[in-house]
Design a protein around this ligand. Structure first.
Ligand code: IMP
Length: 198
């Protein structure tokens, strides 16, 4: 069977690998904008994950006419009014490292006893006929300090405790995190939907 092609609106090889692994069993080949010689960096100007995800998938479909999907994700802390949310990658200003952003969040939250947080991911898909999106979420707790010991994860994982594991995401191997993550949940809904696409 010849594989169908999906364009993934991302510049990340790491994410491409993960998506290719998930989609290949369903008969799809995933390509990136750079595989088509396209330099792709649309401004993410919306104030929701869904809005920003669609900015990317729609723009890629417009440029390629190939069925396109995108993801957009971040961490939200209700005690901070939902911050950093869609600003997760830029929280605290430009030029900070992942660690500096996580420390900035810890400092903003201070001693606040409400330490609930959740990661969200919205996967959107556009093919000229369909425009759909799928939400995944994983709930956790913001720790009181930054974990320098854990070897895993990225971004806010060293301060994100996942209660069912009793550990931070920086302390669980990717294979474990990927079973419960926001991205995995959104992708599972997308894959279920794709498998019924005529
Ligand atoms: P993007 O959707 O890949 O651009 O991710 C947005 C930002 O959200 C990242 O730069 C991270 O700061 C944060 N983020 C999203 N998912 C995760 C995760 O699984 N672990 C840690 N940080 C994450």
């Amino acid at each position: 069977m010849t594989k169908k092609t999906l364009a993934f609106a991302s510049g990340s090889l790491h994410k491409w690998k993960e998506m290719q692994m998930l989609l290949s069993p369903y008969g799809y080949d995933v390509i990136l904008p750079k595989d088509l010689g396209i330099s792709f960096a649309p401004d993410e100007t919306e104030n929701s994950f869904t809005g920003n995800s669609f900015i990317k998938s729609k723009e890629l479909f417009r440029l390629t006419n190939i069925p396109s999907f995108a993801d957009d994700s971040g961490i939200s802390v209700p005690a901070l009014g939902g911050e950093p949310g869609v600003y997760s990658a830029r929280y605290g200003g430009p030029g900070l490292t992942d660690k500096e952003r996580a420390l900035f969040l810890l400092q903003k939250l201070g001693e606040n006893p409400n330490r609930e947080a959740y990661y969200s991911c919205v996967v959107s898909y556009v093919d000229g006929k369909n425009e759909v999106s799928f939400d995944g979420r994983v709930e956790g707790i913001i720790a009181s300090d930054y974990d320098d010991e854990g070897h895993y994860g990225f971004g806010y994982d060293p301060i994100f405790i996942y209660p069912p594991f009793g550990k931070r995401f920086s302390q669980v191997p990717e294979s474990e995190k990927n079973k419960v993550s926001h991205r995995k949940k959104a992708m599972k809904l997308f894959l279920d939907w794709l498998s019924h696409l005529k």
